[in-house]
Design a protein around this ligand. Structure first.
Ligand SMILES: [Zn+2]
Length: 560
């Protein structure tokens, strides 16, 4: 686990390091230069300046694991070290550099890209470097050679003077930071747009459904709300990098948290409302779980994902970033998916084991954690306390006892606010007993009711061939899809609407039969049987006064 150090603090530390004794470890700098072929960008030339280890043998870690793929070192070439006696391979992902102890060394290498075109949805994220003729998008784990054993040495990224003047460039480590160099993100391009809003810098390429300035303002609000929630410094610079992905099927939002930054790639069919809740969730992970308890992997995801989802919606409602109607709609989506999930009663151990392989088990973590957060929040509010105060107590507890696991830290912190959560965790997480919200869980914002709807029934199976073409198979003649005119073998050109197991939203498919023209057809994916689940209904009071859905804690809660 890595401590998050603010950029300001890191800058101070770097200044201190520069003035300290000559023995103090210097900053490791990464200078990024273009390799040009005429006017076109062909590769990145990376120069790393650092001091050799005191014993004269310095081990370098080449990029290897990046987003679950191995062998990222394959994109590096021309590795040389100036000032060394020798450099030898130590397996494909490491190099041993022998030199005079403590000598200043200069490592140089070329980083090649894997994508010389605009990225599509299936490209997902720059797990390997995206370097095209007029732009690049590079994630730290795929690009940065790290000097082993330098966890206590700040790193910084600098842009070489050789960059053509019309290239716009951005990295989160320009100011230097005490972090792993692989926590860097690098983006640049002749058409890169850089927009600022307070401490927030947005570096963006491609087209989206919203204006850059609107996204930047939303991000600034998210950052202010979440930093405020956790009591972090407000002025630390924060970078968000965004690249649009050409839409192929449905929508995609992929991204990872970096040091004081978030790097993402998004299809342009996502609205700002959708993107800002996703970002509120992702940026909340800056603190959850690493600042709230010792992470334990999938068995703790109900907390790290579920509470993160709960607070993404709550904080966006509190900041007026989503309307009460959108807040209720988002909760209803969760409640419907949970209430109709085939995995609703899956015991916790099984759900954790299947998190990466079973989409229902994956969703269960988000659903269970968010529902329990809502129930506990209601009990605390009824007693004049708040869940916000539990998280405050939990953060303080984690600082004192960093070895407490996330669930134990929650248990203790809740107890300090007068709430006992052990029985609920045993029943609903460990044993998997289905969770039901009490009718007053969301008052005064919304009431909880039960609804009965037809079950979800698409009526066919989508079949994808090895060229990625999706066709209709196993179509039943008693289905709504058949009645709407869909036939077996039809090519699905695009799914505009529907899916996700939602029986109440019509499917809108663009299809083509054989060599015929494309046509659009619409049907409700409903079967003959029904299902029951809980839903929220906005109260008339909250529709008139949106702050009723903000659930602001009482500024001076009475002690319990
Ligand atoms: Zn998450």
């Amino acid at each position: 686990m890595r401590l998050l150090i603010s950029g300001v603090l890191a800058a101070l530390m770097m200044a201190a390091a520069a003035q300290a004794s000559p023995k103090a470890a210097p900053v490791i700098t990464y200078t990024i230069a273009p390799r040009l072929s005429g006017p076109d960008l062909a590769a990145l030339e990376i120069t790393v300046r650092f001091k050799a280890d005191a014993d004269g043998v310095t081990r370098l870690e080449l990029p290897d694991q990046a987003m679950g793929r191995k062998g990222a070192w394959r994109n590096l070439s021309n590795l040389t070290v100036e000032g060394a006696d020798s450099m030898v391979e130590d397996g494909p992902a490491h190099r041993l550099v022998r030199s005079r102890p403590g000598r200043r060394l200069i490592l140089r290498y070329t980083l090649s890209g894997v994508l010389n075109r605009e990225p599509s949805q299936s490209d997902s994220y720059p797990a390997e470097p995206w370097i095209a003729s007029s732009w690049f998008y590079v994630d730290g784990p795929s690009a940065m050679v790290a000097v082993e054993g330098r966890d206590d040495v700040p790193v910084s990224v600098a842009w070489d003077d050789a960059w053509p003047k019309d290239f716009h460039l951005a990295s989160n480590l320009e100011g230097g930071a005490l972090t792993d160099p692989r926590a860097a993100v690098l983006i640049g391009g002749r058409d890169l747009r850089i927009v600022r809003a307070g401490p927030l810098r947005l570096a963006v390429r491609g087209n989206f459904a919203f204006a850059d300035a609107d996204l930047a303002r939303s991000l600034e609000t998210i950052l202010r709300a979440e930093r405020g929630f956790f009591g972090d410094a407000q002025q630390t610079p924060y970078l968000v990098t965004a690249q649009s992905l050409k839409t192929e099927n449905g929508s995609t939002f992929s991204g990872t948290g970096k040091h004081q930054a978030f790097a993402m790639a998004v299809t342009p069919n996502l609205s700002l409302d959708e993107v800002r809740v996703l970002l509120a969730h992702e940026i909340f992970h800056t603190w959850n779980p690493s600042r709230l308890g010792k992470p334990v992997g999938p068995p703790g995801y109900w907390y790290s994902e579920g509470f993160t989802d709960f607070y993404a919606h709550r904080l966006m409602a509190r900041e007026g970033q989503i309307t009460p109607q959108a807040f209720v709609a988002a909760w209803n989506e969760t409640l419907r998916a949970y209430g109709t999930s085939p995995a609703i009663a899956m015991p916790g151990e099984e759900a954790a084991a299947k998190f990466w392989t079973d989409p229902n088990a994956d969703q269960l973590a988000y659903q269970r954690g968010a529902l329990l957060a809502a129930i506990w929040d209601q009990r605390l509010r009824a007693a004049g306390a708040s869940l916000d105060a539990v998280l405050d107590a939990q953060m303080a507890l984690h600082e004192r006892q960093p070895d407490l696991t996330i669930a134990k830290a929650l248990l203790e912190a809740a107890k300090s606010q007068g709430l006992e959560v052990r029985a609920d965790i045993e029943a609903h997480i460990d044993q998997g007993r289905p969770i039901r919200l009490p009718t007053d869980a969301f008052l005064p914002c919304a009431t909880v009711t039960d609804v009965t709807t037809p079950v979800f029934d698409r009526g066919f199976e989508p079949k994808v061939d090895d060229k990625g073409t999706m066709t209709v198979a196993d179509l039943r003649e008693d289905s709504a899809a058949y009645r709407a005119g869909l036939r077996n073998g039809a090519v699905i050109v695009q799914r505009r609407k529907g899916g996700g197991g939602d029986a109440t939203t019509p499917y809108e498919l663009v299809v083509r039969d054989g060599d015929g023209p494309v046509r659009t057809l619409t049907f409700l994916p409903q079967g003959a049987t029904t299902q029951r689940y809980q839903q929220l209904v906005l109260t008339p009071e909250a529709a008139a006064a949106p702050t009723l859905c903000a659930f602001r804690p009482n500024p001076s809660p009475p002690s319990l």
